[in-house]
Ligand binder design. Structure first.
Ligand code: SF4
Ligand code: SF4
Length: 345
């Protein structure tokens, strides 16, 4: 392991040099109408990098594009060069853990490898960013994740005012940072000790069995209560860093057509509709149940870990303020008391 230390100016100089050989993707503050929003995009001007708060969107779009013509990911983006690897800069722990979740499904599942996702991931070097404080709706620590550092990123940034400490955990990446001064491990340890002490942990606590036992709660009446206000808009799934559903579309005619792969959402009313017309998830309580069960029952059952990393984006973005923490609390209460009535059928 190697530790480097640099000020902001040296970091910008370093990235400017790396830009010759790598695509750089990082959070940027964008104006969308009257709103300001922080999103991960491929960048040219490194002064645009914005690390002051949790980005509104996750970096999912960088490894798993929202819309792409098959085999031509990011082809419309002039700042992306398919011949270069990508440095994905400033990714917080929750989003790194989310990429790990998607890797489990698209790369590590022995039944299936998504070749376009794998190609993107093989080309992506994740540079993590240690969180300095918990934001309003984050609850990653309540789910057992560490907001200060995730083991899944080979390189990590710890920023204190203008100073960057860079931890390079894998030898193959050491040369990228060779122009910077060596950092001091003891100094970094002191910083981490203070950060852990001062970190404002989540007040949210949850005590549920993982995986959630489907047989005990599938027919419980809690799903009606949780989903009553839901509009089936799918916003929560689009902003969720771990949601990975997709669909294919064709554009063109019999002689000339392009096949597209786009994100999809299990919260949409027709998502699970069969060609026969039957829809096994034809009401919002069933769709909401599937969302919670997928993250806390089916994913942990099939892979390791959870399908939710506690980033809180679904809470911040839901137009009717549905809060996944409240859904988990209802689930906890139901399982502890088994007090709720079961639904018919
Ligand atoms: S964002 Fe809210 S309203 Fe929209 S589908 Fe998700 S839970 Fe329902
Ligand atoms: S379910 Fe919500 S809190 Fe959990 S990872 Fe997805 S967006 Fe974040």
């Amino acid at each position: 392991m190697m530790i480097k230390k640099a000020d902001q100016e040296s970091i910008l100089k370093l990235l400017n040099n790396l830009k010759n050989d790598y695509n750089i993707a990082a959070p940027v503050l964008l104006k969308k109408g009257k709103k300001e929003i922080v999103e991960y995009v491929f960048i040219d001007d490194l002064n645009d990098i914005y690390l002051d708060r949790q980005p509104d969107s996750s970096p999912k779009n960088i490894v798993f594009p929202q819309n792409s013509a098959i085999g031509k990911d990011y082809s419309g983006d002039k700042l992306y060069d398919p011949e270069k690897k990508t440095i994905l800069w400033g990714v917080r722990s929750c989003d790194i853990e989310a990429i790990k979740t998607i890797d489990q499904v698209f790369i590590e599942d022995e039944m299936y490898t998504d070749q376009s996702y794998k190609a993107n991931r093989d080309k992506t070097i994740i540079v993590g960013l240690s969180c300095e404080e918990r934001e309003k709706n984050c609850f990653c620590d309540a789910l057992g994740f560490n907001p200060i550092e995730s083991d899944y990123a080979p390189i990590y940034l710890f920023i204190k005012e203008d100073q960057y400490y860079i931890k390079i955990k894998e030898k193959e990446y050491e040369s990228l940072f060779s122009s910077l001064f060596d950092g001091d491990q003891t100094e970094l340890n002191e910083l981490l000790k203070l950060r852990e002490k001062d970190f404002n942990s989540s007040e949210f606590e949850i005590d549920i069995p993982i995986p959630l036992p489907e047989k005990d709660i599938f027919e419980a009446e809690i799903w009606d209560e949780m989903s009553e206000k839901c509009l089936s808009c799918g916003v929560c799934t689009y902003y969720c860093p771990t949601c990975y559903c997709f669909n294919f579309f064709w554009d063109g005619n019999d002689h000339d057509s392009t096949r597209y792969k786009n994100w999809d959402s299990c919260m949409f009313t027709t998502y699970s509709a069969h060609a026969s017309g039957h829809n096994p998830r034809d009401s919002k309580d069933k769709r909401y149940r599937n969302r919670i069960m997928h993250k806390f029952s089916y994913h942990p059952f099939n892979y390791e870990g959870l399908g939710c990393v506690g980033c809180g984006r679904c809470i911040s973005r839901c137009p009717v303020n549905l809060d996944i923490r409240e859904a988990l609390k209802l689930t906890e209460k139901y399982l502890q008391t088994k007090g709720g009535a079961k639904k018919d059928g």
